[in-house]
Design a protein around this ligand. Structure first.
Ligand code: ZN
Length: 489
């Protein structure tokens, strides 16, 4: 076990070094360094992959005998990762990586004016490679299962189809019931950048960002990176015209807190991360939406907002802000969508990518299919592909199977929120006082500390005694819409 643990620790080191190179690329690297940086990241990634899929790793995994419960879980997870990794030929791994960076570049060109036709051949190539990847797992019931498994271990396509179908059926009537809310208090800038920085700093400090183990930096597309158990990096961006920075910072904080509260005994092992992408997203959504858009939060935060941005918030009530933060309005762009319509943006992407993988939808018909479904589900007309099929980077990089985890994260957040409200009946009073410690501690105890020790399904079973269930999330949204309507009346 000792030799195995040392090897897994070195692999983890390499993977986090690669992440640090990626963080640096987004945050501080001079742009002209991009080409050599791509080589550096490819080298470190290849070393980690080779070390992991090496025959010697297989021998160590086969002969290791665990000394405690953590090692039992470590061995189970490492064996599973190894068995899946060695079934994919190195050549296919390299082809997918190359196709991802080519696709990303072509997506940029398509968006810069060349149009969807520039990206289409790259998408066809991705689909071919994705099917070859799925062929490495012939026991799967559906080719999409193998793609999903990268982000959601053991999740079946049939289950996602079922859960997202129920979500769609619950969301469509909520969109129809949305009334007109004046949300100008959070729109129609300017919001002074210096004031936004102050507000974001104040809020992050209060929710739990400790200066000794966290960083906050500026980027074009916000993300979170965990370089070590005490090196949690979140990023944000500031635009004068809106206050997105606050909600996006809370989102990335939720990801970071998950990683920060993992049992330190799991450091430098494959267990030192979240259970799955959906579980991770449930944490970011919980802080961004259940907390950051709640009335209790704004009763606490309004004076901070007024101090940081007096020209915007001195004369505004918490009710006005809370109502604006929860406005429901069908729009074209996923990343700026409200909580209710967001799920429908994801359902659309899931349905389309599933059809692409199944071969029932051709890349040539993708843009048209997108526009038709936006009309059917959200009632909006897509004026151009920039605000349609070209808006997200994911498909251009060959990421199929990832989109559903965004919606499943909301579903899990809804289930968590229902249980948290039962077990922390005084949460609202805590939040109103700016005391977030009880919530952090509850999350650490019930979710965070396990890292990957429990599978996503086990974590669902131990936390809720059931599987994925969209009902609590739909009930939360319906209650919120009723509350918003009464705030404005
Ligand atoms: Zn996220």
């Amino acid at each position: 076990m000792h030799d195995l643990r040392r090897r897994l620790a070195e692999i983890d080191d390499l993977e986090r070094i690669s992440m640090l190179l990626g963080w640096d690329q987004e945050v501080s690297m001079p742009p002209a360094a991009a080409e050599q940086r791509a080589e550096q990241r490819a080298t470190v990634g290849r070393l980690a992959h080779e070390l992991f899929t090496d025959d010697r790793t297989g021998e160590l995994l086969a002969s290791a005998s665990p000394a405690d419960e953590i090692e039992v879980d470590l061995l189970r997870v490492a064996r599973r990762d190894f068995d899946r990794a060695v079934r994919v030929p190195a050549e296919l791994v390299a082809d997918r990586a190359r196709a991802a960076s080519d696709g990303r570049r072509l997506w940029g060109e398509a968006r810069a004016g060349a149009g969807f036709a520039r990206l289409a051949p790259a998408l066809e190539r991705h689909i071919e490679l994705a099917r070859r990847f799925a062929d490495c797992f012939p026991e799967s019931a559906h080719p999409y299962d193998a793609l999903l498994d990268i982000y959601e271990p053991d999740m079946a396509t049939t289950e996602v189809r079922h859960v997202l179908g129920r979500l769609r059926d619950g969301l469509v009537p909520l969109v129809g019931a949305a009334g007109g809310v004046d949300d100008s208090v959070l729109r129609d800038g300017p919001f002074a950048i210096a004031g936004q920085r102050r507000l974001v700093d104040d809020v992050l400090h209060a929710v739990g960002v400790e200066p000794g183990s966290w960083r906050l930096d500026l980027v074009e597309h916000p993300f979170q990176a965990t370089i070590g158990a005490a090196d949690i990096r979140v990023t944000t961006r500031y635009h004068e015209r809106e206050l997105e920075s606050l909600f996006s910072s809370l989102h990335e904080f939720g990801h970071g807190l998950y990683e920060r509260q993992i049992d330190p005994a799991l450091a430098r092992t494959p267990l030192q991360t979240g259970a799955s992408s959906s579980w991770h997203e449930s944490q970011s959504r919980l802080w961004e939406n259940m907390i950051g858009r709640s009335g209790a939060f704004w009763r606490w935060c309004r004076p901070l907002a007024a101090a940081a941005l007096p020209e915007r918030f001195a004369e505004v009530t918490w009710q006005q802000i809370a109502a604006a933060a929860n406005v429901v309005r069908p729009t074209l762009i996923r990343v700026s969508a409200d909580e209710v319509t967001y799920g429908l943006h994801i359902v659309l992407r899931f349905e389309l990518e599933l059809e692409l993988i199944e071969g029932t939808l051709a890349v040539g018909d993708l843009a048209e299919a997108w526009n038709e479904r936006m009309r059917a589900m959200l009632g909006v007309e897509v004026p151009d592909d920039l605000r349609g099929v070209l808006q997200d980077v994911h498909w251009s990089e060959g990421l199929f199977g990832y989109f559903p985890t965004y919606a499943l994260g909301n579903v899990i957040a809804g289930q968590l929120w229902a249980r948290i409200q039962r077990e922390l009946p005084e949460l609202e009073e805590h939040v109103e006082r700016g005391d977030f410690a009880p919530l952090r501690e509850w999350l650490a105890l019930n979710v965070h500390r396990f890292g990957r020790r429990q599978t996503p399904a086990e974590l669902l079973a131990t936390t809720f005694g059931t599987g994925l269930d969209p009902e609590p999330y739909l009930a939360y949204l319906a209650a919120k819409m009723r509350a918003s309507a009464s705030l404005m009346s």
